[in-house]
Design a protein around this ligand. Structure first.
Ligand code: AP5
Length: 210
């Protein structure tokens, strides 16, 4: 099984790159944040349990996340691109424990500054219908705040306010940034501050050769 992990702070471009790479690498993407947000919108038991943490930018408990990931892996044995997982040492250790020595694991570190993150997230918009990501500064929709794909009015995520962005970044530094060292043996570092087409070209050469 092939496992590609996109690791980086909020706004590093994990979701943007995962969507591009999924097409060229032919792998399914597991977007932890999208799964949690969909659960919240549907009002399910999971959604009710995680709502406050997600909307205030705190991490959801490891047990909940690991159960979702394990289920997804059993259904996608060809391989997965992870966007938003793992985010704690416990999640990283549990993932490694599940994998077989023959599995291919790579961690792509989108190394991105705090200034870039704030500039990007305050201008991010997403389509609540198809999930497509836009940016009013860097990747605007063709028609004012409407999705190019399905014409739905774009929304701003509840956790993209200045206060919550700062909290998410603080938690990233404390809980997730240490994984760069933990995965040093399988790490590929990329400059996440570069424009999206530049980042994608570099990743495509490695992940989707030919
Ligand atoms: P999640 O949805 O994963 O949020 P995040 O990690 O904070 O990441 P983002 O989605 O904000 O950013 P991104 O890196 O995907 O950037 P994007 O491509 O959108 O998690 C949300 C919450 O769920 C967490 O806070 C937590 O509560 C919970 N959760 C999730 N996973 C968990 C886990 N494993 N354990 C516990 N809790 C968990 O890009 C951002 C913007 O920039 C976009 O507008 C885009 O168009 C633009 N952009 C992207 N790349 C570029 C570029 N290179 N140049 C210019 N603009 C760019």
């Amino acid at each position: 099984m092939r496992i590609e992990i996109l690791l980086g702070p909020p706004g590093a471009g994990k979701g943007t790159m995962a969507a591009y790479l999924s097409r060229c690498a032919g792998l399914s993407v597991f977007v932890t944040g999208d799964v949690l947000r969909q659960a919240i919108s549907s009002g399910s038991e999971l959604g009710q349990r995680v709502k406050v943490d997600v909307e205030q930018g705190r991490l959801v408990d490891d047990e909940t996340i690991l159960n979702l990931v394990k289920k997804f892996l059993t259904e996608h044995s060809e391989g997965v691109i992870f966007d938003g997982f793992p985010r704690t040492l416990r999640q990283a250790e549990d993932l490694r424990a599940i994998l077989d020595p023959a599995d291919e694991l790579r961690v792509i570190h989108l190394d991105t500054s705090a200034e870039t993150v704030v500039a990007r997230l305050s201008a991010r918009r997403m389509c609540p219908q198809c999930g497509r990501i836009y940016n009013l500064r860097f990747k605007p929709p063709l028609t004012d705040e409407l999705c190019d794909e399905c014409n739905t009015r774009l929304i701003q995520r509840k956790d993209d306010t200045e206060v919550v962005i700062k909290e998410r970044y603080r938690i990233y530094l404390k809980e997730t940034a240490p994984l760069v060292g933990y995965f040093a043996d399988v790490l590929m570092k990329v400059d996440g501050n570069a424009p999206a087409d530049v980042v994608f070209r570099e990743l495509k050469e490695e992940l989707c050769p030919g």
